[in-house]
Design a protein around this ligand. Sequence first.
Ligand code: TA6
Length: 296
Amino acid sequence: MSVEEFDDKVLIVNGSSSVTILKFGASIISWKLNNEERLWLSSGAKLDGSKAVRGGIPLVFPIFGKQKDEKHPTFKLAQHGFARNSTWEFLGQTSESPITIQFGLGPENLNKETQEIWPYDFTLIYSVSLHEDKLVTQIEVENTGTQAFEFNWLFHTYYKIPDITDTLVNNLVDQQCFDQLVNQQYVEKAPVISFHEEFDRVYKNVNQDKILQIVDKGKVLYNLKRTNLPDSVVWNPWIKKSEGMADFEPKDGYLNMLCVEPGHVNSMILLNSKDKWNASQEISTGGEIKVQANIY
Ligand code: TA6
């Protein structure tokens, strides 16, 4: 087992498992289990801090997407906020088993422009735990100032999959969702989600006992457990949108990736002075298909 810090990243290795985290964005860019890569990373991804990483697990804070309310303090922030576009501080290892390391972000890590746009005192503590059989990412948001602020949080996880046309997502049936492609809200009636075109939906208030499963030809690839993250975005850019993203390579990469993104994005979280907010995602692989359609 080892934790190795480089100038731009931190690498955890534990036998045939490993995880690589870029200090820029505290973005996980690789997670290997049994020496097999489980996250999709564009071959065109910028890893030099020039833009948010296309792939892996970018972090979305304090706004998901673009704020529509021009009076809101997050209105002038870039899409998906500043967490994925800022260099975090490596805080070191906090546990041996599972191996856990932490990164921190505060106003002192933001450029002047961002501090002026979003003038709040806060601390983000991001923990990455590499287990034998799963990956856990946890976030703590603390309001260290005197003014309350509002935020969204989302783990923008890009899963590596064999073939999107054989892939299903389980346990979202009967959920309220907002379809970002047609700007419409409706109840998901498909027993399982399948993919044959661009897909971009925000599933709202999904009971946290529901384990979201990514299934390939009847075999469970990934299980996603969420704590304090009621919403989940499901996104595949398909052909046209992939062609429109300069850093999305190869262009047919949409066939081998799927984003299932746990978050709190349907509403803003209000954090009062000195309060803390915690959330996490746990990703495991394999196991049985577990249909939980009747948990509301
Ligand atoms: O999470 C889905 C989404 O909001 C999509 O609408 C798409 O915009 C994707 O995020 C990627 O956004 P980005 O800013 O990384 O290009």
